[in-house]
Design a protein around this ligand. Structure first.
Ligand SMILES: Cc1cc2nc3c(=O)[nH]c(=O)nc-3n(C[C@H](O)[C@H](O)[C@H](O)COP(=O)(O)OP(=O)(O)OC[C@H]3O[C@@H](n4cnc5c(N)ncnc54)[C@H](O)[C@@H]3O)c2cc1C
Length: 257
């Protein structure tokens, strides 16, 4: 065990995790947190009567790394719920998944809309390919044009255009091509691939993709349980976590320490 004491300023998730790791390595560590609760931006406020838990930062936890999952499971034990993201949009009298998937278009749209969507989507893809082969690809000037090229005019008119205009309160012709959330673009294209190319394999890469396929984890008494659990580990490993302890300044000792 080293004699050196490491002082960690801030009991957010970073400071606490550093202190936990230091204690595991046998280094003395002490955390000073200005607030009365730990967690920083990833904390949870709970009134004394316990009526609710208010997260003011992230609201679910997701990772592909088994060692992190193991640590979090160990921290939270049975106090974590797992769920799949589920959001729906009400379009033309039906509920559709958000982000929109190709399965929705084919099986949840009224049959005529489904057929027109597929045909105009296929037509848009052929046009895109033709432009590419002819070396005449030009960036789309606005969102409406971009969406028409990506998804076809029918899907654009019945879904992407009204959804986007409603969200931004501006006509599509005044919106930049990249205003559509990446998750929507990605989910549609990916689900289309999965529907028609069952053999497509690949590593799950982006956060957006992970949110769509991996279970999300949520600590039952709020996200702050993660930081509280880490603080507890620091203490059980012999470290100290002070709350309500604002560090007013850092002084350099003679010799540079
Ligand atoms: C609404 C929202 C949603 C978010 N969603 C996500 C998400 O989905 N995914 C993701 O990865 N991240 C997300 N984040 C960001 C994530 O919460 C932060 O990046 C992370 O919590 C930062 O942790 P930290 O410990 O580095 O800093 P902080 O949480 O800022 O902790 C710093 C701590 O230092 C303390 N402190 C400051 N000065 C002093 C001092 N002088 N003395 C003592 N203590 C001091 C503060 O009180 C604070 O507790 C989100 C944040 C917000 C607000």
């Amino acid at each position: 065990m080293s004699d050196r004491l490491i002082v960690v300023i801030g009991g957010g998730i970073s400071g606490l995790t550093v202190a936990w790791r230091l204690r595991e390595l046998g280094v003395r560590a002490e955390v000073f947190e200005a607030d009365e609760i730990v967690g920083g931006l990833a904390g949870t406020v709970r009134p004394e009567d316990g009526r609710y838990c208010l997260d003011f930062g992230p609201h679910f936890f997701i990772t592909q790394k088994p060692e992190i999952v193991a640590r979090v499971d160990d921290l939270l034990r049975d106090s974590v719920i797992k769920f799949k993201r589920s959001a729906q949009l009400y379009v033309r009298g039906r509920f559709l998944d958000y982000p929109l998937s190709a399965r929705n278009v084919l099986f949840n749209f009224p049959p005529l809309d489904a057929l027109r969507s597929v045909l105009s989507f296929a037509y848009a893809q052929v046009l895109q390919l033709g432009r590419k082969l002819a070396g005449r690809q030009r960036p789309a000037p606005d969102f409406g044009e971009w969406s028409g090229r990506q998804f076809g005019t029918h899907l654009t008119n019945i879904f992407f255009k009204p959804y986007t205009e409603n969200f931004w309160k501006l006509p599509c012709a005044q919106l930049a091509p990249d205003v559509l959330p990446a998750s929507t673009r990605l989910n549609f294209m990916k689900s289309l691939k999965l529907l028609f190319m069952r053999g497509v394999k690949g590593n799950v890469q982006s956060l957006i993709e992970r949110e769509l396929v991996l279970p999300l984890r949520y600590p039952v008494r709020g996200y702050g349980m993660l930081a509280e659990g880490v603080a507890e580990r620091v203490r059980t490993h012999g470290g100290v976590v002070h709350v309500g302890a604002r560090v007013a300044g850092v002084e350099r000792l003679p010799g540079g320490r």
